[in-house]
Design a protein. Structure first.
Ligand code: FAD
Length: 458
């Protein structure tokens, strides 16, 4: 007997329930990844993520080959390709992880229907992409939690499923045709500082980071220059690491650092359960405040300055330049940059979210859109009208100015205080920096926002 395993956002062999179930049910298994042109058409295969994905697929293939198998890659509409592979190998079952986005939900329905017509059973596995399945815990009277803290309390009590080891051997039928694997060499427009993707480097990174930095995560994770966070987000995005395994391994180490890290992983699950229940929140305001955002046309120059890291607010510019260079940004920096665009410049959050998705190597419809909505005050933030002040935030989370100096070389010679407020320098010194004056007066931005929200909030 043969079973197909459709890999999606779960590109790993360790702790992979669909693969484990397929191996238990069948003598031979087809590990399949489909490159769906629909994803390309929707603009979701931005170069940084395409490169990381190519690394992940190569790593997965190499791991499968060490176990006697291989990865089968096909290009085409996903339902058509899975159906064709199921026919080619005479599969009785197809296994896959449950997804949450509108696309993933539709994919699952259409696969079930198409395969069902041939008598092939689709088996969908929960808690593969998240630690706790979306929808597994709900508050009384609703299909999802709309506030993080009660969700976290409930999530923390949930019993996680046991993890499973990587299989020892995987036998793949010869008959199934595959395509050459993509490689990052074929891509252009990559951020120069991209990490290498794949389960193997992901596992190494987690092991190294947990040994050396997890213990200090609680105090250190908001320090912009300290770079004390795990940088595991792209590995989690592509499922090269299992969130269940990470939670369990962090908990087994114990301590305040591990608890704080697990709490961040819970944020990821939180957003997944919101989007699973409200897939339209990837595009529309989760909680409409009746904003009349400035559009891309109205704010074209401000948006360009923000994207390029020349707003004149050093910590915002450092954040945006880090994004361009690394395809990644520190969480605090993302919050600052997003709040600045949405609230201070009063530009539609979707414009910023799109730019992030174009560059982030961990760019994720779930976490990106919902964090943007959080920062814009249209999402799940319980204080939606607070506005972050980039100068105060800079002083607080980058007290030595090291983060700004790293990314904004024009300011590298300024002292700890003026590095966050270069406009305080005497005019001749300021002009010599070659760094722009502030794009907007913060007080003006605040007034505009408060006025708009004051009118809009119902
Ligand atoms: P760590 O601090 O080491 O945290 C561990 C893991 O927890 C992360 O890898 C991530 O998977 C998860 N996590 C941490 N914070 C959050 C959060 N606020 N929401 C959801 N999950 C979280 N994260 C993405 O994975 N993809 C995105 O596209 C994305 N876009 C964002 C956009 C904005 C405007 C903001 C404010 C945040 C965004 N985040 C996104 C969340 C967060 O910034 C990143 O997950 C985090 O910075 C990744 O770095 P890390 O792996 O070192 O995190």
């Amino acid at each position: 007997t043969v079973a197909v395993v459709l890999f999606t956002s779960d590109l790993r062999l360790h702790d992979h329930p669909p693969l484990r179930a397929a191996l238990a049910a069948a003598d031979e298994v087809v590990p399949l990844f489909v490159r769906d042109p629909g994803v390309h058409a929707a603009g979701f295969d931005a170069p940084n993520r395409a490169a990381f994905l190519a690394d992940c697929l190569r790593d997965l293939d190499a791991s499968l080959r060490r176990r006697g198998g291989r990865l089968v890659v096909r290009t085409g509409p996903v339902v058509r390709e899975v159906d064709a592979v199921a026919v080619e190998c005479g599969a009785a079952e197809v296994h896959m992880a449950a997804g949450v986005s509108g696309y993933a939900q539709r994919r699952e329905e259409r696969l079930r229907e198409a395969l069902g017509r041939r008598g092939v059973v689709l088996r969908v596995h929960d808690a593969v992409i998240t630690a706790v399945a979306a929808g597994a815990v709900t508050p009384a009277g609703s299909d999802h939690y709309a506030v993080f803290t009660p969700y976290f309390r409930r999530w923390s009590r949930e019993r996680l499923r046991g993890t499973c080891p990587a299989p020892r051997t995987v036998r793949v039928p010869d008959a199934v045709r595959g395509e050459p694997l993509p490689s990052r060499g074929e891509l252009s427009g990559l951020s120069p500082g991209l990490p290498t993707g794949g389960e193997t480097p992901g596992r190494e990174r987690f092991a190294r980071w947990a040994r050396s930095r997890l213990a200090e995560y609680e105090e250190g994770h908001d320090d912009l220059a300290g770079d004390a966070t795990s940088r595991l987000s792209p590995y989690l995005h592509f499922g090269a690491l299992s969130p269940v395994e990470l939670v369990q391994r962090a908990r087994s180490r114990g301590g305040a650092g591990a608890e704080a890290f697990v709490r961040q992983l819970c944020w990821r699950d939180f957003h997944h359960q919101v989007l699973a229940a409200r897939p339209e929140a990837s595009r529309r305001d989760y909680r409409p405040r009746h904003d009349q955002w400035r559009t891309e046309d109205e704010a074209a120059e401000d948006i360009a300055a923000w994207r390029e890291g020349r707003t004149g607010y050093p910590v915002v510019d450092a954040a945006m330049r880090q994004l361009l260079h690394e395809g990644w940004m520190h969480n605090r920096a993302r919050l600052l940059a997003a709040s600045f665009l949405a609230k201070t410049l009063y530009v539609d959050w979707r414009v910023g979210a799109r730019h992030f998705l174009d560059l982030l190597v961990d760019g994720d419809l779930v976490n990106n859109q919902l964090n943007w909505q959080w920062a814009a005050g249209t999402g799940t933030d319980t204080r939606p009208n607070r506005v972050l002040n980039p100068v105060r935030q800079g002083r607080r989370y980058d007290p030595s100015g090291a983060y700004v100096r790293r990314w904004v070389p024009e300011l590298k010679d300024l002292d700890d205080r003026t590095v966050h407020e270069p406009w305080r320098l005497p005019e001749d010194r300021r002009a010599a920096l070659g760094y722009p004056a502030p794009l907007i007066d913060l007080a003006d931005g605040l007034t505009r926002f408060q006025h708009a929200r004051g009118r809009g909030v119902t």
